[in-house]
Design a protein around this ligand. Structure first.
Ligand code: ATR
Length: 279
């Protein structure tokens, strides 16, 4: 029998997840269906409940429901707790298991697909919304040397810094010796970074955070979590000589990890990333 899965969001129509999961299924011979479901803004929990009753095996969750997805169940895996958000739910009997594959997706894309090790690196994370919060612990756990969080509204970056320090010491103790700092863009000074990640939504309005020009260390990677077109940040980084990547690889990698959680097999992501790029 075909096992049913879905991705829940609002908006959701343009999601590439059904295409990605259908490619994974074809590649690994898994009999699954995967559809998009638009949940009303006040109807996320009811939508999940409906899927459970209709014998779906699990679902992905995207904007703006990832925090609600995490809070829906006491059965949150470590990655979901680290992010305080969930993007992957698995239905097992009466239980809903919450997981988060965004961090693994980002780290695998940077390290395996793009060939940049995070260990010992100086990383600038721009943004302090849901997208940035979801990846701060995975970056720390990948053993970066220094993580600077910059945000237009400085207080939110400061809150993130305090949260990650408190949470990290509590849950990861002595392992947790990374330097963390919050900054205004105007206070970045002449510090240089090996990896600069744009987790802001500035690309949506064709803007970019006000970065100083000499922010990139030689051979640096500029990573924009958006995909689909070149953002002003990507253009700026290319002009500054950085290697530039968009978030398409992360999208496919987070989907691959969700597929593996559900089906127990790891799909090959390279042909799927290539197919999406060529569309
Ligand atoms: P998401 O869930 O995608 O992270 P969000 O929670 O609305 O979305 O957060 C958007 C992030 O992008 C915020 O960090 C926001 O900065 P503020 O906290 O100061 O609002 C950042 N952002 C959006 N547009 C920006 C711009 N033009 N320049 C710099 N930062 C921007």
């Amino acid at each position: 029998m075909t096992d049913k899965y879905a991705v829940i969001g609002n908006p959701i129509a343009h999601s590439k997840s059904p295409l990605i999961h259908s490619m994974f299924a074809a590649q690994t011979g898994q009999d699954i269906s995967y559809e998009t479901i638009l949940a009303p803004l006040d109807g996320f929990a009811a939508t999940v409940e409906r899927l459970r009753k209709e014998d779906y095996k699990g679902c992905n969750v995207t904007v703006p429901f990832k925090l609600q997805a995490f809070n829906l169940t006491p059965f949150g895996k470590q990655q979901a707790q680290d992010a305080n958000a969930a993007n992957t739910l698995t239905f097992e009997g009466n239980k809903i298991i919450a997981n988060n594959t965004d961090g693994i997706g980002l780290v695998r894309d940077i390290e395996q697909n793009l060939g940049f090790s995070l260990q010992g690196k100086r990383v600038l994370l721009m943004g302090a919304g849901g997208a940035a919060r979801g990846i701060q612990m995975p970056l720390v756990l990948a053993k970066v040397q220094r993580l600077v969080i910059a945000n237009r509204t400085f207080e939110k970056a400061k809150e993130m810094e305090e949260e990650v320090l408190m949470y990290g010491h509590k849950h990861y103790g002595k392992l947790f010796d990374v330097e963390i700092a919050a900054r205004n863009y105007s206070d970045l000074g002449d510090e240089q970074f090996d990896i600069v990640i744009n987790a802001t939504s500035s690309g949506l309005t064709d803007e970019m955070p006000p970065l100083p020009t000499d922010i990139f260390a030689p051979g640096a990677l500029a990573y924009d979590m958006m995909y689909g077109r070149e953002t002003p940040f990507m253009r700026f980084a290319r002009e500054q000589g950085a290697q530039v990547a968009d978030g398409l690889g992360m999208l496919v990698e987070q989907a691959a990890e969700a597929f593996c959680i559900w089906r127990g097999v790891s799909p090959d992501t390279a042909p799927v990333i290539a197919a999406l790029r060529n569309r």
